[in-house]
Design a protein around this ligand. Structure first.
Ligand SMILES: Cc1cc2nc3c(=O)[nH]c(=O)nc-3n(C[C@H](O)[C@H](O)[C@H](O)COP(=O)(O)O)c2cc1C
Length: 443
């Protein structure tokens, strides 16, 4: 819905039916099928850009960048696991399936994460040897589809993430179109080659938090009570979901806001379901605090994290770490101007490419075509990701020092204010220049 409000001759365009809406109605009329795409929500929503950090001056004392340390490490899974994950930086790589991504892309993500002392995550499609081999810390997803899931890989993982949903599509299942179901992907998922796959939207072997508790205990038994167990939820009724996840026995909760990316989903889902990341963080932190579990059960936040400012603000709101998907893909070359001539042949342009479902990614990332995959050098891409992760961390440290904090985790809501009433209400921080926090938290 980004059409300008006027056409060139100056006549006003309809607010309800701008050209983009007309084009979509006519596409639907021609094709008879909803639009599927990757990426995340495109509509403007309140986000971390609507928050500002209150750097120190007189009433607070800033830290000296070159001389005074600002710690960045985080431990995930301290509640029950005998081997929690020790990360050097509070930015992790989110689960993205082998299938939606090429094996080389998965390897690159593992390399970049390992180089910076953080973790990466499998996805809906199982664990590849490349990513296990190149990921020092690998989180293994258990999804409703069970694609590629087996006890051997549960034991090969460093942590387990039980996925209940994704921010881009809370209530929906996975989607991998036939053009991306090559021989290896099909073999790992025990499904026929070249056929569209729609994975289940809920786990077949449990129907609620009581059953989930039993499921988690089974996983703990298989993994000898060593590995942290995460529960990932797509943001919608986050306050209640977080409380239930704590009750079910989670060591770590991952909350993915509606700005979160996806490999492929109906566009109507991406743009119209869920709540933005800001209110999701507020609800999650409120729920944890009410249960006396804040910092005891760690909170990972995802959905539109792009910069060190986003990282610092999420942590100041109460997250222990953040997770990135889209930004990691961009760091390794997705939507690079380098591929502009290829994008133009597909009728798009760099910065707009979201046709991950089509499998024709010229950067060799969201594809299973061997010739395209060859374009991605996993070693170089891994270094690029590592560089980007370092920059995120340096930026977050810069902001934390300015607020007088010697560790990123000392950041707190007091270090934040909001530039809009909406963001103030959603994030639970005062509107800039006031002590007014509009609205009241759920619960
Ligand atoms: C290409 C792609 C594939 C994804 N595949 C999965 C998946 O298999 N399982 C899952 O839980 N989430 C999946 N996600 C969502 C990410 O784990 C994460 O929640 C999301 O990307 C975070 O938001 P961000 O992209 O704005 O950083 C995928 C995202 C992308 C972009």
């Amino acid at each position: 819905m980004n059409a300008s409000s006027h056409v060139p001759d100056g006549r006003p365009q309809s607010a309800l039916f701008p050209r983009s809406v007309i084009a979509e109605i006519q596409r639907a009329a021609d094709e008879g099928i909803y639009k599927i795409r990757g990426w995340g929500a495109r509509r403007p929503l309140p986000h971390f850009d609507d928050l500002l950090m209150l750097g120190a001056s007189m009433s607070r004392y800033p830290l000296e960048g070159y001389r005074e340390k600002c710690g960045t490490d985080v431990v995930l899974g301290t509640r029950y696991a005998s081997k929690p994950l020790h990360l050097d930086i509070p930015v992790t790589i989110a689960g993205m399936s082998f299938g939606s991504l090429s094996a080389s892309a998965k390897e690159a993500l593992g390399r970049g994460a390992s180089e910076t002392g953080t973790s990466t995550t499998t996805g809906d499609g199982g664990m590849t040897d490349e990513e296990r081999g190149h990921s020092r810390l690998l989180v293994y997803q258990v999804l409703p589809s069970r694609y590629g899931m087996n006890p051997r890989d549960l034991r090969r993982a460093d942590a387990i993430e039980v996925v209940l949903g994704q921010g881009a599509k809370p209530g929906g299942g996975g989607m991998l179109l036939g053009q991306k179901v090559g021989k290896r992907v099909a073999a790992m998922r025990d499904l026929p080659e070249g056929i569209d796959q729609r994975s289940a939207c809920r786990h077949p072997d449990w129907t609620g938090p009581d059953d989930l508790k039993i499921k988690i205990e089974e996983i703990r038994e298989i993994t000898n009570w060593e590995k942290p167990i995460y529960i990932k939820v797509g943001a919608s009724r986050t306050y209640y979901d977080v409380k239930l996840a704590v009750k079910a026995g989670a060591d770590v909760i991952v909350v993915d806001g509606m700005q979160g990316g996806t490999g492929a989903t109906q566009e109507v889902f991406i743009e119209h379901v869920g709540i933005p990341t800001l209110p999701a963080v507020r609800q999650a932190v409120t729920a944890l605090q009410e249960m006396d579990m804040h910092r005891e059960v760690q909170l990972i936040v995802s959905g539109g994290i792009r910069s060190g400012a986003d990282v610092a603000k999420a942590i100041a709101m109460g997250a222990d770490a953040v997770s990135i998907g889209t930004a990691a893909l961009i760091a390794i070359g997705c939507n690079s101007p380098r591929y502009e001539s290829d994008y133009q042949k597909m009728g798009t342009s760099w910065g707009y490419y979201d046709e991950y479902q089509a499998g024709q990614d010229p950067a060799g990332i969201t594809t299973q075509e061997p010739e395209l995959e060859k374009r991605l050098d996993p070693v170089r891409a891994g270094h690029q990701l590592a560089n980007y992760l370092r920059v995120l961390t340096l930026e977050a440290q810069t902001l934390a020092r300015a607020c007088g904090k010697s560790h990123l985790h000392r950041l707190e809501p007091e270090d934040l204010c909001a530039t809009t009433v909406e963001a103030a209400a959603m994030a639970g921080v005062p509107l800039a220049g006031t002590n007014w926090i509009p609205g009241s938290p759920v619960g």
